[in-house]
Design a binder for this molecule. Structure first.
Ligand SMILES: *Cc1c(COP(=O)(O)O)cnc(C)c1O
Length: 361
């Protein structure tokens, strides 16, 4: 019996073990300090943003982005219907209202034509999700936000290592958010980051993350704040993971290219068009016939796969009606197949053989 191939799994090696033991022997205070500042600097350098703040996770970063922009009750935020649920729940947490927008089939990202229809006088921001590192024309989204006088937040949780027109995703709008949960391209177990070029926004974020203090350790509270601080324990891992990111980005591109090549003749499986000079797909997504049966068949063959997200508007927590045909189609037919950067070529070939065989019989 061959080993189970996970759809995605975290990947650490001796580099993290060594770094952690050195850190723990160094008189560590454990909470955020020098290693966290280094992690922030590494991210800012990589994505080419002026500032970066690392926070506890990639949901809290979205919430923090919304309140840093001064949004709250009465304000509407456009959110794609096809996304991980936190894109929408973080808006709710801030007291604002998520307004769902259908996506486009070519990119799996928010449709501008649909967004236009959902604009009202209460619309204050767009939460754009470059799903799996793909995006629409980001320069047009920047123009769109400007034209409507609303903020642009990029939930780039899945887009570390992905670019549009050679500019890193998450750096087009006012704020870009990243996630380091255990299944993301790099991980610190839990973690998130906000990137911005705005001195004003980063000053707000730094206060929000530390009880509204003007400086750490000072019990003055000049602004609203909670405690979203990161830890150096995690940053020690994050810094090692960042060193591996350029390699992972290349590997992700090779993985997708190999899947597309090996499955090119399987007419029941479709890939989303991907420019591999710009995108390093976080999850490998396919739109396929008999999705649930295929997933089951993969499982019986020791291969993990994950169905696409449900249409967020229709989840029990939101329970809304409305017509979102592209999201509903994706949700019913989309499957994420093994995607970790640690996959070997042999494992990819095995997955492709199992898929090919499934449709032949
Ligand atoms: C992972 C993810 C999040 C949430 O990040 P966490 O760090 O798990 O809180 C938000 N949005 C998208 C698109 C994601 O993929």
């Amino acid at each position: 019996m061959s080993e189970f191939v996970h759809q995605m799994a975290p990947w650490i090696d001796e580099a993290e073990v060594e770094a952690m033991s050195t850190y723990l022997r160094s008189g560590a205070w454990l909470t955020e300090f020098g290693h966290t500042r280094e992690f922030e600097r590494r991210i800012a350098d990589y994505v080419d943003s002026k500032h970066c703040s690392v926070l506890v996770n990639g949901t809290v970063t979205l919430y923090t982005a919304i309140i840093a922009l001064g949004l709250g009750p009465g304000d509407e935020v456009l959110v794609p219907d096809f996304t991980m649920v936190a894109t929408a729940t973080s808006v709710v947490a801030a007291g604002a209202t998520p307004v769902f927008v259908d996506v486009e089939e070519e990119t799996l990202c928010m449709s501008m034509a649909e967004a236009e229809k959902k604009i009202t006088p209460r619309t204050k921001a767009i939460m754009y999700v470059p799903l799996n590192g793909r995006s629409g024309d980001m320069l047009m989204w920047v123009e769109f936000a400007k034209a409507h006088n609303i903020a642009l937040i990029e939930d780039a949780a899945q887009a570390l290592g992905s670019f549009y027109s050679d500019k890193h995703l998450g750096t087009f709008g006012d704020l870009g958010s990243f996630s380091f949960s255990s299944l993301k391209i790099i991980t610190t177990g839990q973690g998130g980051a906000l990137a911005t070029d705005s001195d004003e926004l980063i000053a707000k974020i730094v206060k929000i993350r530390d009880f509204g203090r003007p400086a750490s350790g000072l019990d003055e509270h000049v602004d609203f704040g909670l405690n979203f601080k990161f830890t150096d324990v995690q940053s020690v891992i994050g810094n090692e993971q960042m060193k591996k990111l350029p390699w992972r980005v290349q590997r992700k591109r090779q993985i997708m290219a190999r899947y597309m090549h090996r499955l090119a003749d399987v007419s029941q499986v479709r890939f989303t068009r991907t420019d591999l000079s710009q995108t390093s797909p976080w999850f490998i997504d396919i739109i396929c016939e008999k999705r649930d049966e295929l997933r089951q068949h993969l499982k019986e063959n020791q291969i993990g796969a994950r169905s696409f997200y449900p249409a967020v508007h229709s989840t029990k927590v939101f329970g809304q009606d409305g017509s979102y045909p592209v999201t509903e189609m994706l949700s019913a037919n989309g499957l994420w197949i093994p995607s970790g950067s640690q996959l070997t070529d042999e494992e990819i070939d095995r997955v492709c053989d199992v898929i090919t065989h499934f449709y032949r019989t």
